[in-house]
Design a protein around this ligand. Sequence first.
Ligand code: T1G
Length: 705
Amino acid sequence: MAVVGFEKRGEVALILVDNPPVNAISRQVRAGIIDRIIQVQEDPQVKAVILGAIGRTFMAGADIKEFGQPPLEPGLPAVLQALDHTPKLMVAALFGSALGGGLELAQACHYRIALKGTKLGQPEVNLGLIPGAGGSQRLPRLVGLKKALEMIVSGRPISAEEALEAGLVDRLAEGDILEAAVAFAEQMVAEHAALRRTSMLDVDTSDIEAGFFDAYRQKTAARSRGLVAPELAIEAVEAVTSMNFSDGVTNERRLFMQALYSKESEALRHVFFAEHVVRRIPHLDPMIKPRRIDAVGVVGGGTMGGGISMAFANAGIPVTMLEVSDQAIEAAKQRMRANYQGAIKRGKLTEAEVEERLALIRGTTNYEDFGEADLIIEAVFEQMDLKKEIFRELDRVARPGAILATNTSYLDTNAIAAETNRPGDVLGLHFFSPANLMRLLEIVKAAKTHPEVLLTAVKLAKRISKIGVISAVCHGFIGNRMLEGYIREAGLLVLEGAEPQDVDQVIYDFGFAMGPFAVMDLAGLDIGYMLRRQFPAERFDANAYRLLDRLVEMGRKGQKTGAGVYKYEAGSRQPQIDPVSEGVLAEERKAAGFPQRRIGDEEILLRCLFPLVLEGAKILDENVAYRPGDIDVVWINGYGFPAYKGGPMYWADKVGVGKIEAAIEIFGETHGGRWWQAGRLLKYLSREGLGFEEYYRQKFPSIYE
Ligand code: T1G
């Protein structure tokens, strides 16, 4: 099957890329397009050419799988060159997601027609890249410098309507895009329309005031923190004001290569694939199909239950939300309405759209109303007896084949499943707060969970725009189990002499949005306080929580009470050092009797991050997580680990597993051996000089298929 098909409709030729699933521009596609361009050039009958695609989308970009490999000729620039110089009128027929190199191909055509609903963008920065095939030079010529700069540096796609308004698209279509494109091309030929070569267009710089680009750099500095691609992208676009097209493209290629070989891009491409591989259930029988989920029930309308209800309503799935009274239902609805205000303020949603979504959420106080639900999610507070009672009720009222899920963060899903007569239909769906916004969803596979139920959850995660990561049952699953060591070490560091703001600064400088103390203030110090008291004391190092427990017992629970580790001015989320908290810490340092010392940033960083690697290795070795990349996905999407560092396991591979294992031994000698016990896998990889990713791909290739 040719990956670049060809057909003629009268005097219009169609070059049709057919490279599922997203028509990525692989080497074969590039060579095929060039061959077809040559073919039509030699055909005197052909008066116009459509560049289009078959399947679900126009070309969605270069084939990311080729990056990091030796370049394969012809490169994309060669295709652009051929397009740019063709003597035949070229029309791009856009639909689906015309992204990256795909949009660059379209920009090199003379005209563009797009189906309503098409997304058009240059998302390269999300991969640590910049447009590498003339996009930084053509886009400004089509939509103006400022619009092009925003599209390229933000990576955010625009709608077909916005593209029409901006001049990126010449016409919108409905129905069959190829038919519409042929008609459009015929009309252009009949009107003797010019071959409008984008590369020959002038750029209007009249609205670019002096210092514009530097001001743009300052404006975007915060979101570009730690990244190299945004600055390279700005440089590439800025060159439009001083270089001709050809020099601008050469300059762009230079900058693109810098981005391509940057460690940030390598990490971001790892994350891109890890976020796709994570959906693959190893050794799943291909005959197994997911169940239909058309209606969902949620038990509880609190913070989590309300957020979960919104997540489903946002995907157009009706929800029946159970609460204890009509007042509680009304309160839940008000909370959800308030949560939507942010989206309205940001222009993401209109009031009407919010009301439409809220209308999908029906409140009830009656379990019987769950009778039609295909999935019911329990989202009440973390109390095992209560959850068991709820699952006995759900087992009674839910229809046969309905899936029952618990949102528990820690509790034993097997024990919950055992309360029902349908353990195969039970699993965990651990949402992260706020559940309507956080992308991460831990899908907790209980011992008896049917593979079909697991597959249903994986598919559902994508449908509600979540990243679903499968975890087996253990204390804290993947994310929270690793979080314990991170918080423990932060707590011990401040008892030994580090200041909370120093620990937070080091973690912020590494790339997290917030350090551990600021995060705990945000989430509420009382959550950890109550949780730790549900488990045997020996599970925790009591010293690590001296400061936090004292603060909670003083009523200082964090932002929600105006003070926790830090204090917060009314209405502000900005942490401020608080002498009261400092005084408590001084008392606890004395009580703990730790010798006080100045602790360097490097020790702070490694003491906080190495526990993630240590526990992550055990999680892998126990088959709690399938792959190291799955753990990376959890920590990037659930805990703010910087994506441009690839996630904790990827980062460990870059640091060197052997070095980490050696450091863990030293920490064990100096800080209390109980916690610093490397597991079997970490020791093995250290001895063999292997990284997590290379070991898993070599030893277990099938779990990546
Ligand atoms: N290359 C290779 N594979 C890709 C791909 C790509 N560009 N995009 C997606 N896939 C695979 C993906 O791994 C998955 O595979 C399957 O397609 C479906 O993806 C020169 C240098 C297009 C909006 O960044 O944003 O062009 O896991 O589940 O939800 O200047 O995929 O099923 O085996 O995400 O419908 C720029 C990235 C590249 C677009 C579709 N382009 N892709 O979303 O499907 S760099 C991008 C997406 C570039 C030029 C530069 C989304 C999508 P599998 P999916 P989806």
